[in-house]
Structures are given as C-alpha cells and as structure tokens.
Design a protein around this ligand. Structure first.
Ligand SMILES: [Zn+2]
Ligand SMILES: [Zn+2]
Length: 273
C-alpha cells in the first residue's frame, strides 16, 4: 500500500488501498484544487516519471535537497548541519535513496520540521528513515496529513541546538515559523523562512502573504508580529522556500523597510491613480 501524495501540494497521506477523497491542504482557501479535479500520485510514480533528487551545497553547513524536475510547489529542503546533529527544514514531497544517502553522508538526521503545512511534504518519510523527531508548532499540528508517533509540538520559540532556533512568527499560518541559524551567512546569521517571510525575485525586498496562489495579503497586525518575532535575532541573510531568490545581505534592515512599505499599501497611503 502506498502513502498517497497530493499532486498539487505534495503533502503525504497515510498508507492505504485507495486515495483519500480530497486533500485538506489544497481545499483550504490558502491553496487551490485544479479545475480538472484533485489528483494523487505516489513516490514510485514520481520516480518512474523521471523525478530525481537535486542535491547542492548552498553554503558551508547548509545542504539543499530538492527534486529535478521540481514536484508540486517545488520547495527544496535545507539541512542545517552542526556538530551536535542535523535539522531538516521544509522537505520536498519527493525523496529517494540518493537524498537519504546524502543526509547519511552529512551526519544523519535528528529533527525534521517545516515553515508551514504547505511544506510538510515527505517529513514522515524522513522521520522513519532516521528515527528523527518531527517538530511541529502546536498551532498547526492538526495539518499534518500523515499522522505519526514521532511528533513533538512546540510554541513560541524552540532552541533545537546551540545556534539553531525555531521561531513562531504566524501570519501565513498561525504556526508559520522560521529557523534562525546563527552560524549562517559566514557567522552573520541567516533565517530559513519558507514563505513565512517571502523573498521576492529581485532579491532586494521581502513580502508577506496569507495566500500566495490566490494573492491574498496579511493584515497589518500580522505583518508587525512577524517582524517583531525575529527582531531579537542577529541575521544578514534570508533563504526563502526555493533555490532562488535568496536575500543575500542586509536582511534585517530590508525586512523592516519592506514591512513599512507593505503597511503603507494596506493603509491606502500610496497614491495609485
Ligand atoms: Zn494538496
Ligand atoms: Zn504556503
């Protein structure tokens, strides 16, 4: 019996004979169901269709694991490597033996987690491969579509390892989170943000979304909460959910100015005609 995978968001569902009726992630207003109807796939079917793991060293201590061609929303995972253990972030819905081998070579896996439910992907598959703990914000734990006994919930902030902290920012989902990685960006600090903080194509600003595909914004209070949640931390770089774009430097200042600009639009303080 396969674990069923939603073809649109790549979230995994329990192993059972037939596919579920609908994907609860895609039926939610933040996502979408294809006009032609819900579609399902499996890891075996994705591999047979030619998907392979795409593994790249992103910077020292940070390994990227995506799929080529990308699957569904197309996020690539990031493996934060430390002497005390490794944390996998935002796993793609696709995983194969070469991805598992790459993480083994990098020192294995102690924790797997994600920025928000759209990117829970193959989290349970990774947990089973390494007996790794699944860290989920309490506020979003009900969105894990393949329930598992290895889950530990957290709220607010969680120091996972020295220099590696999960920070609940809310916004896109109540439990939307980022990783603060103090050793990132040559020791200047980096945030791994998925789309909790959304890096835009020019790599010189960020934005905030309640729904990316349906182009729905966040209210001012939520934008301010995201900025305040990360303000105590030192960082110069923000990695979004994909290989590109990356906000490579000055990220702390850019986050503040981007939030101020966003709020000006929300308040109608920007002339548009
Ligand atoms: Zn889905
Ligand atoms: Zn999302």
């Amino acid at each position: 019996m396969p674990a069923w995978i939603c073809a649109t968001c790549a979230n995994h569902y329990p192993e059972q004979d037939s596919a579920p009726a609908q994907c609860v992630i895609c039926a939610d207003e933040r996502q979408w169901v294809p006009a032609s109807g819900q579609r399902w796939t499996t890891l075996a079917e994705l591999a047979a269709a030619g998907h392979r793991s795409d593994i790249r060293q992103v910077e020292p201590g940070l390994l990227g694991i995506g799929a080529d061609p990308p699957v569904a929303i197309g996020q690539r995972a990031l493996l934060v490597q430390t002497a005390d253990g490794n944390l996998l972030w935002d796993p793609s819905g696709f995983v194969d033996d070469s991805a598992i081998a790459a993480v083994e070579d990098a020192g294995g896996l102690r924790w797997v987690t994600a920025s928000h439910p759209h990117f829970y992907g193959s989290m349970v598959e990774w947990s089973h491969a390494f007996d790794a703990e699944i860290l989920l914000p309490q506020a979003d734990a009900q969105w894990l579509t393949r329930p598992d006994g290895n889950v530990r919930t957290w709220s607010g902030a969680l120091s996972v390892l020295p220099g590696v902290t999960l920070i609940q920012c809310g916004g896109h989902f109540p439990g939307s989170a980022v990783v603060h990685w103090a050793a990132g960006a040559d020791g200047n600090g980096a945030l791994l943000s998925g789309d909790t903080i959304f890096v835009t194509p020019g790599e010189e600003r960020v934005t905030f979304v309640w729904s990316a595909p349906n182009r729905l914004p966040l209210p001012e209070t939520a934008v301010r909460r995201v900025v305040e949640a990360v303000r105590p931390y030192r960082f110069d770089r923000i990695y979004g959910g994909w290989w590109q774009p990356v906000l490579r430097e000055n990220a702390r200042d850019i986050l503040e100015t981007s939030a101020d600009r966003y709020v000006q639009f929300l308040r109608g303080e920007v002339p548009v005609d």
